[in-house]
Design a binder for this molecule. Structure first.
Ligand code: CAO
Length: 467
């Protein structure tokens, strides 16, 4: 066995005591001279430190998070035969011509040097015609010992240039903060460099992937929850099946619902409203206005009640924005519409300024557009609060999922006749189930109970809206 070679951190200019942010090799790997070993990062820049020798890594001496400076041993190598014989051939002339010791650490070929210096962004590139090469203990003198530019590129082999992620320190830092392994991100910048948008897009697609994406030691998607893989079952083994692709709406709404369900601590408050009188009033109005073609729907009354409740409880008409809560002074109310292709949420803008009949008309129009797949994006934007009414279909109560960045959603189920004791006898009362899901980070349980109770009182007696 040939003698082990220590590979150390070379002179890296002003970089001192810098953090190891990536370890690119492991024990047992066969590496070539100039292959990158680690990436270090200071508060200003990051750089990859390549090996100055080829061979098999026998021991790693650094790990992620270590601080390194010039001279620190990174690993020990058992030099490859090629290396030993090339050393022999190099050393021979060295012995004969000791005046040329620096030859040994020059990049192997002109082309690899050219590729390496073409990699950094413009600013680095301009000053990067010099290279730093990691030095093995027996490697002789360093070359490219230029201190002007600690961000200068290293000479990498063509293989490594293709395989290693290249990104600026800010992009690396951003990726690390999200737990993204840059080796899985496709760079779209110059020379395949990874830019901020590449990391963002990677995270977006990870969040919409059914089982998320495992990147490095973490799992993206499901907000970093380490979940079991989605079960893979050959359903056809158990009976006849028909496989159809998910609709575009289902893919989009599914990804949104998944994120909202996982990221928002939901609690649902259930209540009921006695809508006996309101329903009688609605039926009477519909009769009166039949000739005019005006319709009064229960949903439209619920819109008006919700606006009143939002005015009374402004934290329900708010959104989280980082460390702030944004209170909205407008009342744009969305409603879930069931369409053949999936769920969409059109928004009635300025519901506070519209009459019950206007709202009824607009919900019908928007629901039709939704079902015909003709809603424009602007008709689905700007919502403050959502109503999901399953009243026309059925159910008693349910748990609607909050439509982020909103903080609450009202689920309405089918009204039913409930026997209510009036002190003398049981009387049938038309009762509307109300399920209010709220973001518990923003809304306390008591506030939610008050909001829902207020809604219930309003729907039971709309005169309260005047108070
Ligand atoms: N209880 C009993 N009956 C109700 C009711 C309620 N809460 N709400 C509506 N109805 C009745 C209506 O009065 C209407 O009866 P008539 O035909 O006799 O007039 C009938 O049910 C059909 O109503 P509708 O559903 O067509 O109209 P709507 O205004 O109530 O709702 C819309 C419109 C777009 C909200 C609804 O059609 C829809 O798509 N709902 C599904 C929403 C959904 O999928 N939510 C789940 C999302 S997951 O959170």
């Amino acid at each position: 066995m040939s003698q082990l070679v220590e590979v150390k951190v070379p002179d890296i200019g002003d970089f001192d005591d810098v953090s190891v942010i990536e370890v690119l090799v492991k024990e047992g790997d066969t590496i070539s001279e100039n292959d990158s070993i680690i990436t270090v990062e200071s508060d200003k820049a990051s750089m990859e430190i390549p090996s100055s020798a080829s061979g098999v890594i026998k021991s790693m001496r650094v790990k992620l998070g270590d601080k390194v400076s010039e001279g620190v041993v990174l690993l020990t190598l058992e030099p490859s035969d090629e290396e030993v014989s090339s050393k022999d051939t190099k050393e021979k002339p060295k012995a004969d011509a000791a005046s040329e010791p620096k030859e040994q650490t020059e990049p192997k070929s002109k082309s690899s040097k050219e590729e390496a210096t073409a990699l950094p962004p413009e600013s680095e590139h301009k000053q990067s015609s010099k290279t730093y090469i990691a030095q093995s203990s027996d490697a002789g003198d360093k070359v490219g010992k230029t201190k002007e530019s600690p961000t200068a590129a290293f000479a990498l082999s063509g293989k490594e240039i293709r395989n290693l992620p290249h990104a600026s320190p800010s992009v690396r830092q951003f990726a690390r903060s999200l737990g993204v392994d840059l080796s899985q991100v496709k760079g779209t910048g110059r020379k395949s460099r990874i830019v901020l948008d590449d990391v963002r897009n990677f995270v977006k697609s990870a969040l919409s992937a059914p089982g998320g994406i495992t990147t490095g030691s973490s799992t993206l998607g499901g907000s970093g929850l380490s979940l079991l893989d989605w079960p893979k079952v050959d359903f056809a083994k158990f009976g006849e099946v028909d496989t159809k692709p998910l609709s575009r709406i289902k893919k989009i709404s599914g990804a949104n619902l998944h994120r909202n369900w996982v990221m928002i601590p939901h609690v649902t408050n259930n209540d009921e409203a006695d809508i006996t009188d309101l329903e009688a009033f609605r039926v009477q109005l519909n009769k009166e206005y039949e000739k005019a073609g005006t319709k009064f729907t229960m949903l439209a009354f619920i819109f008006k009640a919700v606006v009143q409740a939002l005015k009374k409880f402004p934290e329900f008409n708010a959104s989280i924005d980082g460390e702030n809560l944004v209170y909205k002074k407008y009342y744009h109310i969305g409603f879930a519409a069931d369409t053949p292709n999936g769920l969409v949420v059109p928004v009635i803008k300025d519901a506070d300024k519209k009459s019950v009949s206007d709202i009824a008309k607009e919900t019908a129009e928007l629901a039709k557009l939704a079902r015909d797949g003709k809603l424009s994006p602007t008709q689905m934007q700007g919502g403050c609060f959502t109503i999901s009414s399953l009243g026309g279909i059925g159910g008693t109560h349910f748990t609607p999922i909050i439509n982020a960045p909103e903080v609450a959603i009202l689920g309405v189920s089918r009204s039913y006749q409930k026997p209510v004791w009036d002190g003398k006898e049981f009387k049938p009362r038309l009762t509307l189930p109300l399920s209010l899901s709220y973001d518990h980070r923003i809304i306390d349980g008591a506030a939610a109970a008050r909001f829902n109770a207020f809604l219930s009182q309003l729907l039971s007696d709309f005169r309260r809206a005047l108070i």
